[in-house]
Design a protein around this ligand. Structure first.
Ligand code: CA
Length: 232
């Protein structure tokens, strides 16, 4: 089996050493960068399967890197933050992170999160690879290419956003509760909350709004959940 590669972006030497050791002991290849500068270039020019991204870096902060990354890539990202850094879990997710761990962390926790996020990413690809292309309300979704466009413009969705949008588009005008969405798009819903779904929907709407000055077909149904409206 080909070893999966993890990019570790961490400026604190001892934490980086620990993370590198955990990853290598669990059979992953590792590349380590000590600052935010160069992260985007590295990802554009190298095969990476997952990034462990420190929030507080000396130059560019982790959220900004995540934001830039999501403009062109669905690479799974786990944010790593120090205890006391006031960041809401949802705040990281809003910028496109897939998960979040807090220092100090245990080796078991880090490895479990890495495995869960990689498994989710693999499953997303596997689940969708045989599905048909969805054409609906100005959207075209090509699961094989993991590509979603709205009115011809690439939406650059994260894997979870892609699954949620595909679910809503496959059954236009049907209202899905947050629980239904969670159960359909996550394999393991243990650490997912309603608010995660709200955040993902908010991000999807924001991405659509970049290309649509008037109607946004993804809407909330008060007290129930979300649906996609039929657009002419
Ligand atoms: Ca740091």
């Amino acid at each position: 089996m080909i070893k999966q590669k993890i990019l570790i972006v961490e400026d604190e030497e001892h934490i980086a050493e620990v993370l590198i050791a955990y990853c290598q002991n669990n059979g992953y290849k590792v590349h380590h960068l000590t600052s935010g500068h160069g992260v985007i270039d590295y990802i554009k020019t190298n095969q990476v399967d997952l990034m462990l991204l420190d929030l507080m870096l000396p130059d560019i902060d982790g959220l900004e890197i995540c934001k830039q990354l999501r403009l062109f890539s669905q690479l799974p990202v786990i944010m790593v933050t120090a205890k006391g850094e006031e960041i809401d879990r949802l705040f990281g997710l809003e910028f496109g992170a897939d998960d979040y761990i807090c220092k100090p962390f245990s080796p078991r926790e880090v490895v479990a999160r890495i495995k869960a996020v990689l498994r989710r990413a693999d499953n997303n690809v596997a689940n969708q690879s045989h599905e048909h292309i969805i054409r609906q309300s100005g959207f075209i979704m090509e699961p094989n290419k993991y590509k979603a466009t709205f009115k011809g413009s690439d939406l650059t969705l994260t894997p979870i956003e892609f699954k949620i949008l595909a679910l809503l588009l496959n059954n236009v005008e049907r209202v899905y509760s947050r629980d239904e969405i969670m159960n359909q798009v996550y394999l393991d819903t243990a650490d997912v909350s309603d608010r995660n779904i709200d955040t993902h929907i908010k991000n999807i709407r924001k991405k659509i709004n970049r290309f649509s000055s008037d109607a946004n077909p993804i809407c909330s149904v008060y007290g129930v959940g979300y649906k996609c409206e039929q657009l002419a």
